[in-house]
Design a protein around this ligand. Structure first.
Ligand code: KG4
Ligand code: ZN
Length: 317
């Protein structure tokens, strides 16, 4: 039985995984706390994690019907993420493991996203091609072993989720913006504006030009007209991001010969992306955005550090 903690950004999460039985997954989102600043404020996030990490871990154990002494391994996100936020989870996990003389499993957050696919109800196992699209990363990965990968392509500037968030901000939709654009786009015409899909070499991505194109379009329209056409702008902008992701994923499939494509990370929750890749496997909706179930899942395929050697472990930003 694994108890996992995840505190890399603005979600405080804990999960209990027993074999492949996900007994509990608790996510306390801080999104509302950061919304008024238009983005995550690292120090505010760290302090909130500190308040939430024990109640969230306790809630996960309660929902799982387990006690701390039932936990065989404690897993935790070691990085990448906000360093102060990570340290809260890592310190809490060390304390929990140390108190029971259990091993600790440090987990890479990106491997965690990939491992969200290895959970019920429809687990996906390697080999497959994986599109990982979050607020911090946009990666095309070749996955040959569980929770492990080699990188085929990455973004040269903004991540796909970041492009959604920045676009939402330009349209006055608040933070985080991906889900807001997704919702508004349903009422708009995706062909109304022709936003560019950047063409960069290899299997890499670039989203900064798209964001600038939206900025200029909004400016040229003027405040009133931009407000009136907000749904069209959201739909066209989303179409450009989705098109870039789909094109590159298809090119990677051709290049690697990998027949199966899987999509993970917060942007995998996007309804247009899901509809545009009908043959792809998507992580379950609840496991697309940050959660601890995926960290527990990856921990099954990561070497544990024995008691008490992990006390000197550090997080990486
Ligand atoms: O994986 P995640 O929770 O955190 C990171 O590891 O970054 O991803 C968060 C990102 C945010 O940028 C958010 O706007 C985006 O995922 N996102 C979406 C949707 N839901 C969340 N983007 C597009 N459509 C959505 N429905
Ligand atoms: Zn993430």
């Amino acid at each position: 039985m694994i108890l996992a903690l995840e505190t890399s950004c603005d979600e405080t999460a804990a999960a209990v995984l027993d074999g492949d039985d996900l007994r509990a997954s608790v996510v306390a989102s801080q999104a509302e706390l950061h919304a008024r600043y238009g983005g995550v404020v690292p120090e505010v996030a760290s302090r909130r994690h500190l308040e939430l990490v024990v109640p969230v871990a306790r809630e996960a154990l309660t929902r799982a019907g387990a006690r701390l002494q039932d936990v065989e391994r404690v897993a935790v996100t070691q990085g990448p993420g906000l360093i102060g936020a990570l340290l809260v989870g890592l310190s809490a996990a060390k304390a929990l493991a140390w108190a029971r003389r259990r091993p600790l499993v440090p987990v890479d957050h990106l491997r965690g996203h990939v491992a969200s696919l290895h959970l019920p109800p429809d687990p996906v196992w390697p080999p497959f091609l994986c599109l990982l699209a979050t607020g911090g990363h946009t990666l095309l990965l070749e996955v040959r072993e569980p929770a492990s990968f080699s990188v085929l392509g990455t973004t040269l500037d903004d991540a796909a989720g970041e492009a959604f968030d920045k676009g939402a901000r330009l349209l006055g939709l608040g933070y985080p913006g991906g889900a807001a654009i997704d919702g508004l786009a349903r009422e708009g015409d995706a062909e109304a504006f022709a936003f560019p899909v950047a063409r960069v070499g290899g299997l890499d991505f670039s989203f900064s030009g798209l964001k600038t194109a939206l900025l200029y379009t909004v400016r040229d329209l003027g405040a009133e007209e931009a407000e009136a056409r907000k749904a069209d702008l959201a739909a066209s902008y989303q179409r450009a991001i989705v098109r870039a992701l789909v094109e590159r994923a298809r090119a990677a499939a051709e290049r690697t010969g990998l027949e199966r494509l899987a999509v993970v990370g917060g942007v995998a929750a996007n309804s247009e992306l899901r509809a545009s890749l009908p043959d792809a496997a998507f992580a379950p909706l609840a496991l697309c955005t940050d959660n601890a179930a995926m960290i527990a899942s990856a921990a099954r395929f990561t070497d544990p550090v024995p008691y008490p050697d992990y006390l000197s472990l550090d997080a990486y930003a």
